[in-house]
Write a protein that binds this ligand. Structure first.
Ligand SMILES: Cc1ncc(COP(=O)(O)O)c(C=O)c1O
Length: 427
């Protein structure tokens, strides 16, 4: 069947607004490591997908899923060692006092539960996020997901703070001065909630600021946010759905790069390498307070097959040294892209942590830093066999977030292709 015919069938059942990547949508039929293959057998370098965290169809994860699926799969209301062993292993990756886990199935569910815990335990309702955030698709989380929810649909308890953009806003300011200015935005939002008689339940931020365009966060920003939240009687929730599981290469969690101490951490996407598995990590105190007030049960979350997938992901991350790889290849790729920047005035900024890299596309870096929509570049790279995406309020930041086994050779191919495509787009 032709791609055009499949597209028509898809429109007929999923509707024409069900999101699809690329102007010429890609039909992939197989994945392996950092590669995706289309129906004609053409291979694409995957520099975008973080769900297949340890690589598409990693044999150890696939085997773990199959083995457990052949043995037993129920929910968590039976005693079972698989779930306990995985929870112990996972919690071993967090510093005190984060020592309890609720399993969930998606990032949205994890954030929904995090908000419920925050609201129950603080007795407050207000939530602060950024003005271009995405945290999920449930009713409560959609209200605060400002990237896709119009202001009038955000509800009376949501406040947003402007997306930070140090590349354009820093001027001659130091990190300390920039952070102090940015924290004022949060202070104003807290005051505004208070003026409306609404207490702060939580500040919720993605540790990578992925929807926000992957800004280079100044030192002290995230930890300052956590302190502000607690000083106002609220909690700080670190959304690690994108940043988590070692993507930054310097530790398992993005917030540790910023020395922030969250009260709640939410996990998702990479956790099961494609198997739906997510979690809320919190303290015993918050868990007890929440579960005293309401029972939390989730039929599919924490089932044995999910936990087997999650355990295999942790094994592979460790055994294949994938955090070190993220750090090494991430640094190498940033260097390559900065080299390209020297000859391409449309690359305004290259920034990143490990294998989470943003390339800020501008009309002309020499005369202005005006954002230029990156759509044509993303489509051009897809045509040349390299998959990336774009992000940020102005849709101008190339989002590079490949599976963790991405190699230096893969980085070379990506940089070479980007150079070629930029030449074509900007002549
Ligand atoms: C930062 C962040 N949080 C939460 C979510 C929601 O996760 P899910 O799509 O698994 O519900 C997403 C999804 O893109 C995300 O990027």
């Amino acid at each position: 069947m032709s791609a055009g015919a499949l597209l028509e069938r898809r429109f007929g059942v999923l509707g024409p607004r069900s999101p699809l990547f690329y102007d010429d949508p890609l039909q992939v039929v197989r994945g392996e490591g950092v590669w995706l293959y289309d129906a004609a057998g053409r291979r694409y370098l995957d520099a975008y997908n973080n769900v297949p965290h340890v690589g598409h169809c990693h044999p150890r994860v696939v085997d773990a899923i199959c083995r457990q699926a052949r043995t037993l799969n129920t929910h968590t209301r039976y005693l079972d060692e698989t779930v306990v062993a995985y929870a112990e292993r996972l919690l071993g990756l967090f510093a005190a006092p984060l020592n309890r886990v609720f399993f969930t199935c998606t990032g949205s569910e994890a954030n929904e539960l995090a908000l419920r815990i925050a609201r129950e335990c603080t007795g407050h309702q207000g939530v602060i996020t950024t003005s271009h955030a995405y945290h999920g698709n449930t009713a409560a989380v959609a209200e605060i997901s400002s990237a896709f929810t119009r202001p009038e649909k955000r509800g009376q308890f949501t406040r947003t703070i402007p997306v930070i953009d140090p590349y354009r806003e820093r001027g001659s300011r130091t990190d300390e001065e920039l952070t102090a200015a940015y924290l004022e935005d949060a202070r104003r939002a807290i005051d505004d909630l208070a003026a409306q008689g609404v207490g702060l339940a939580a500040i919720l931020l993605c540790s990578a600021f992925s929807s926000e365009g992957l800004p280079a966060v100044p030192a002290g920003y995230l930890s300052g946010m956590a302190e502000l939240a607690r000083a106002a009687g609220g909690l700080f929730i670190a959304d690690e759905v994108q940043a988590g599981f070692g993507r930054f290469g310097t530790g398992m969690w993005g917030y540790t790069c910023q020395r922030a101490q969250p009260d709640i951490v939410t996990l998702g996407k990479p956790m099961g390498n494609g198997h739906p598995l997510s979690a809320v990590i919190t303290t015993a105190e918050l868990m007890d307070a929440f579960t005293n007030a309401s029972l939390y049960f989730n039929t599919f979350a924490g089932n044995q097959v999910s936990c087997a997938a999650g355990m295999a992901v942790l094994d592979v991350l460790h055994d294949e040294g994938l955090l070190d790889n993220a750090r090494d290849v991430g640094t190498y790729l940033v260097d390559r892209l900065r080299l390209l920047q020297q000859t391409c005035p449309n690359i305004g900024d290259v920034r990143g942590n490990g294998l989470f890299i943003g390339v800020d596309i501008v009309a002309d870096a020499r005369s202005s830093r005006t954002p230029a929509v990156a759509r044509q570049i993303v489509n051009g790279m897809r045509a040349q066999g390299v998959l990336v995406s774009r992000t940020g309020p102005a849709d101008n930041v190339l989002k590079i977030r490949p599976p963790m086994p991405f190699s230096r050779a893969n980085a070379d191919q990506l940089a070479q292709t980007l150079g070629d495509v930029l030449k074509g787009v900007y002549h």
